[in-house]
Write a protein that binds this ligand. Structure first.
Ligand code: GDP
Ligand code: ZN
Length: 315
């Protein structure tokens, strides 16, 4: 007798999907029936990790030989896309239905690049994913970089983001992060070296992202797609690790759109004399005034100018 149900995609292996009826972790394999295409989608993967799907199976005994069949993909609350290059039309959906993103960064070791962080934050805003900044390795620089740390909090909390200080090494702040992950699906991203893998392992010692990364690189070679995967945290909640951030933050935005995704500028721009306003040369620009008064940080404003400049280069 055919059984029907709803589940969440937790992994795509290339040949099949693994589903689970979250919050239970009861993985079972599934395949796509015929052509499921989302309207208007140009992505290389019609079904992504985090998608909620309807499935059918012949009976309760679902196995690789007799997998479930995905019959429908439910509408997404949000999703995150990756492009192979800035000019490429090919898109790959990294994950869908994310409750939040944790952007792991360090003030130093490696030194933080604020324009890059701002691009990731803009990407999260574009895709409507609440972002929290997680400063890792504070054990290394809290004393030596106290002023920079304070400035960082002022810049990003001023822009409306939550900033957490943690150390995967000493365990400081890890239980707060664990608490923040509970009951949610969170994306973890960060440039290599910031300690993202160590932090995930500190959250749940059962998880070891580096191990997967090495074997995947071996199996997949250079030219194949990276497959993203969901992991359950034993303390509650689910996470998706995103190795390789290189092509992240390559959203194509029209010049006049960019400021919409800097929340503090978007708020201030209501009082600009002109609309649209690029917040560069226009008289009566409320954003520039706010920068001059120190209400919007100069660093965020420079990132904005940098993005404006890049967008005109590529257009
Ligand atoms: P990933 O590339 O972001 O996944 O970074 P890893 O987890 O591999 O960590 C990179 C390096 O930073 C390793 O040598 C870790 O031992 C070190 N590391 C990670 N977290 C911390 C931390 O909180 N404090 C200190 N001092 N070192 C850390
Ligand atoms: Zn303006």
């Amino acid at each position: 007798m055919t059984i029907r149900g709803e589940a969440t995609v937790v992994k795509h292996t290339g040949s099949h999907y693994l589903l689970s009826c979250l919050p239970a972790w009861n993985l079972f394999p599934a395949v796509l029936r015929g052509k499921i295409r989302l309207k208007g989608s140009t992505s290389t993967n019609p079904v992504a990790v985090g998608d909620r799907v309807s499935y059918e199976a012949q009976d309760e005994n679902i196995s690789l030989e007799s997998p479930a069949v995905i019959t429908a993909v439910h509408p997404r609350n949000n999703y995150l896309i990756r492009k192979s290059t800035n000019l490429s039309r090919q898109e790959h959906i990294i994950a869908a239905n994310l409750d939040m993103a944790f952007i792991v960064a360090t003030i130093d070791f490696p030194e933080i690049k604020l324009p890059f962080l701002d691009r990731i934050l803009v990407t999260c805003e574009v895709y409507n994913i609440p972002a929290t900044i997680v400063l890792n390795k504070v054990d290394l620089y809290r004393e030596t970089h106290a002023e920079m740390l304070e400035a960082f909090h002022n810049i990003y909390e001023g822009a409306g983001y939550k900033v957490m200080e943690v150390s995967a090494l000493t365990g400081e702040g890890v239980s707060e992060l664990r608490e923040a992950c509970k009951d949610s699906l969170s994306l973890f991203c960060g440039v290599s070296g910031v300690g993202k893998s160590s932090l995930i392992k500190a959250l749940d010692p059962e998880l070891d992202p580096k191990v997967g990364e090495i074997s995947d690189a071996h199996l997949q070679g250079k030219h194949t797609t990276t497959f993203y995967e969901m992991y359950p945290l034993s303390s509650g909640g689910f996470i998706i690790d995103t190795p390789g951030l290189r092509s992240f933050g390559l959203v194509e935005l029209a010049k006049e759109e960019i400021a919409l995704y800097f929340p503090e500028m978007h708020r201030a721009s209501e009082n600009c004399r002109f609309s649209p306003c690029t917040h560069t040369h226009e008289p009566g620009c409320a954003v520039k005034e706010a920068v001059e008064e120190g209400l919007i940080s100069y660093e965020r404003y420079s990132s904005y100018l940098g993005m404006l400049d890049d967008e005109s280069k590529y257009r």
